[in-house]
Design a protein around this ligand. Structure first.
Ligand SMILES: Cc1ncc(COP(=O)(O)O)c(C=O)c1O
Length: 409
């Protein structure tokens, strides 16, 4: 092969074709070709691959922006982030290397400096997901404060247990109230050798642990992967106490509406914390901070989104999602046959059919997969709906639930 390979150069017509597939109502694309089984000996043209993949990759994907999509914590993403993600794919900058990603690094620092102060933090960095943000935070806690154990509620995300395991630290689980919030009266008395992990928005029920809890923990980490962005809304008081933390994790690919893989980890004393989890290597011009080595420029779509929306636009979208969860919860609370677990505090609505001979599992299975998921609470199955979708139409959601209830009567 010569030094010229036009697969690495701009192909405007082909890119336009790929974009048209993206913009078409993807479910209308016909499945025209058999799906490949083996790694082919010879390839095909990029155009042919677009036509092969579009019906399946685009057409058969779950539509997170559908008016009834409420199943998971995964939001639809704004078009500007689609554009920036394409730019990123072409440039392929590696935030690890200052020489090859000067703008990406500058933009990441800017985004961090915009967001960290709202959580009472002085700095941090972006990661590939909140699992990695939590691991980085607890790693810093171990290195900087010598913590010997991790204390978290039994409703904490599994990434906390994974981080404790990786760091070789025992984990103590504190019981929760029925809502999923930590029962702080059950906390061990002496936390002077521990990292206390408080969750702001549990995965199962969206509960917020008591962030103002009086403790002398060696380190407090708030896993605000889900509810963190509410700090920018009129619900901010629900996160009161978050500024007392030593570190905070926030997902950008949840309530900051970003494409995966994007999350943030912030530190109150970022100088000390970043130094504690930095490594120098022979080929590195700058220290490698955190668990990941090479990292993509996920700050660029986030930067563009924050610029396009401003504080007001972000607040409006988040409050719209919260209002959707409140209307749904109010409707459920008003139905004789249904039982609401609790008023939603961070957009997660958990409910079930009042106990009778039929289990709520049956209803959940009959609801569209995009609309609801399930959560196990004290061994019982509840239905969970999550307001991560600014395009949700609660009336449509209610209509679907009503017709399912009708079918069961
Ligand atoms: C509270 C909480 N923490 C951490 C995570 C892990 O985030 P990620 O999937 O981005 O690694 C999640 C994911 O749902 C979560 O809900």
């Amino acid at each position: 092969m010569s030094g010229f390979d036009d697969d690495f150069t701009p192909q405007p017509e082909r890119l336009r074709h790929a974009l048209e597939c993206l913009l078409n109502e993807p479910s209308e694309l016909p499945l025209t070709q058999p799906w490949p089984h083996d790694f082919p000996e010879d390839g095909r043209s990029g155009d042919a691959i677009i036509d092969l993949l579009a019906p399946k990759v685009l057409g058969q994907a779950v539509k997170l922006g559908s008016p009834i999509a409420m199943a998971h914590m995964d939001p639809p993403t704004p078009w500007l982030a689609w554009a920036m993600t394409q730019w990123n794919a072409r440039l392929n900058q590696n935030v690890l290397h200052p020489a090859t990603s000067p703008v990406a690094r500058e933009i990441e620092s800017k985004v961090i400096s915009w967001l960290a102060p709202s959580f009472g933090m002085t700095g941090g960095f972006m990661t590939g997901g909140a699992t990695l943000s939590n691991l980085n935070a607890l790693w810093a806690a171990r290195e900087a404060r010598g913590i010997k154990r991790v204390i978290a509620s039994s409703a904490a995300h599994v990434s906390i247990a994974k981080a404790a395991n990786i760091l070789g630290l025992p984990m103590v689980k504190v019981p929760v109230h029925r809502t999923g919030a930590m029962d702080s009266s059950a906390l061990p008395r002496d936390l002077s050798d521990a990292a206390l992990v408080l969750t702001a928005g549990t995965t199962g029920t969206g509960a917020i642990d008591p962030l103002m809890v009086d403790t002398r923990a060696a380190w407090i980490h708030v896993d605000a992967a889900w509810a963190g962005p509410l700090i920018f809304t009129h619900y901010a008081e629900r996160l009161e106490g978050i500024k007392r933390a030593d570190s905070v994790a926030v997902s950008a690919h949840k309530l900051l509406f970003q494409p995966k893989d994007a999350a943030l980890v912030f530190f109150r004393d970022s100088e000390q914390s970043l130094a504690a989890i930095s490594a120098d290597g022979a080929y590195l011009a700058d220290a490698n901070v955190g668990v990941q080595g090479s990292r993509g420029a996920v700050a660029i779509p986030l930067f563009a989104t924050l610029l396009a929306w401003g504080r007001r636009g972000l607040k409006a979208r988040l409050e719209h999602c919260m209002a959707a969860s409140e209307s749904l919860a109010a409707w459920i609370a008003g139905q004789r046959e249904l039982e609401l677990l609790a008023e939603p505090v961070s957009g997660v609505v958990v409910w079930r059919i009042k106990k009778d001979d039929r289990s709520p599992k049956q209803l959940s299975f009959a609801l569209p997969e995009t609309m609801a998921s399930q959560v196990d609470i004290d061994g019982e199955t509840w239905i969970r709906q999550v307001a991560a979708n600014p395009l949700v139409d609660v009336h449509q959601v209610i209509t679907v639930i009503e017709s399912e209830l009708e079918r069961r009567r």
